[in-house]
Design a protein around this ligand. Structure first.
Ligand SMILES: C[S@@+](CC[C@H](N)C(=O)[O-])C[C@H]1O[C@@H](n2cnc3c(N)ncnc32)[C@H](O)[C@@H]1O
Length: 340
């Protein structure tokens, strides 16, 4: 099956609705994937798209789109944490985008490929790398301390059985290396059976999610990517983010609230802005949107999607943010993993 047809874009109609009428100018698709959003935007005349993806496997699809749209489209094999540098080196370098879009997480063709190791439902090697990584799941599971694993499953996975799962992993790896997604799933299941947990089909999901987040430094990626996007966005430009689980959604919500002054306590966590009365972002009255029943019926992946968007009102300097926030424990986990 071709890449193009293997991922159904989530909440595409809502994205389209927010962007309509399409202003002429540059749109940045930070998570190109199967190209669903990029293609939709390019259908409107006078639009240009700069698309990023850290997964090199999407390059052939990007080349196909390039051959159709030529100088209206450019692809960069990059992480969106490098958005500013990517834009500055692109042929659109002097433009401020009219919209920047993040559709977070994984494409279906990444999840469904057992070799990538993202799915606990498919047996494959313990990789979980989206691309441009220095770490993989096998290294974390076989080398990191029991304490680290427990914290990881607790903090990024919010799994109540984190302690026992970490203990069983360490016991198992003392006998032999844990190499496959099936090896890991079996250990998680043992812990759940021991704790008399009812069997649910997503019983391993939280632990897998937590490992994937650290392997790909997803939390800092979102933080840096959103900060750069808001800085680069033109006044009246739109920032749109689709999230798939509560941890990433909480981070997006916090940044949006802070920059729209809707959360009065934010300044406790993030250094004060130069002018605290300035509303950098304006949010939609409805805070977030979810997929409607017919979309969920047609695409089960959209079930957990939440879309938030905002309009930029004032300029924003990225260096006003730092990582010493209420989210410190998440950044610490990622930083520790990469320091090892
Ligand atoms: C949910 S898919 C996007 C699907 C796309 N909107 C579509 O309609 O086909 C997410 C994509 O973002 C990419 N991605 C995730 N995190 C990234 C990051 N930090 N930098 C660049 N690409 C990233 C993944 O490799 C994946 O291909």
């Amino acid at each position: 099956m071709s890449l193009e047809y293997n991922h159904i874009p989530v909440m595409l109609e809502k994205v389209n609705h927010i962007l309509t009428p399409y202003k002429p100018g540059l749109y940045i698709d930070c998570t190109f994937g199967g190209g669903g959003y990029s293609k939709k935007i390019l259908q409107s005349k006078n639009t240009q798209v700069l698309a990023l993806d850290r997964d090199i496997s999407v390059r052939p699809l990007a080349q196909k789109i390039k051959s159709q749209y030529e100088d209206r489209f450019e692809f960069s094999h990059s992480k969106f944490s490098n958005l500013s540098e990517v834009l500055d080196k692109s042929s659109f370098k002097n433009k401020n985008p009219v919209a920047v879009i993040f559709d977070l997480g994984l494409s279906s063709f990444q999840i469904d490929n057992p070799e990538r190791g993202f799915s606990y439902k498919l047996n494959g090697k313990l990789s979980m790398e989206m691309g441009i990584n220095n770490l993989n799941a096998e290294k974390i599971i076989n080398n990191f301390s029991e304490e680290y694993l427990k914290n990881l499953f607790q903090i990024f996975g919010e799994d109540k059985d984190a302690k026992l799962i970490a203990k069983l992993i360490v016991q198992k790896r003392e006998q032999e290396l844990i190499k496959t997604t099936e090896d890991l799933s079996k250990i998680i299941m043992r812990a759940k059976i021991y704790k008399n947990k009812k069997f649910q089909k997503d019983i391993c999901a939280k632990v897998f999610q937590s490992i994937r987040m650290v392997v790909n430094q997803e939390f800092s990626e979102i933080f840096k990517g959103l900060s750069s996007a808001i800085e680069k966005l033109s006044i009246d430009g739109k920032i749109i983010v689709v999230t798939f689980h509560s941890i990433e959604d909480r981070l997006v919500k916090k940044i949006f609230d802070l920059l729209s002054n809707t959360n009065k306590n934010s300044s406790r966590y993030i250094p004060k802005k130069s002018n605290d009365t300035e509303q950098i972002l304006k949010l939609d009255k409805k805070k977030f949107f979810i997929a409607d029943d017919s979309e969920v019926k047609n695409n089960s992946r959209s079930r957990s999607a939440k879309l938030r968007y905002a309009t930029k009102h004032h300029n924003f300097s990225n260096n006003l943010f730092n990582e010493s926030t209420v989210f410190k424990k998440y950044f610490d986990l990622e930083n520790l993993a990469y320091a090892n």
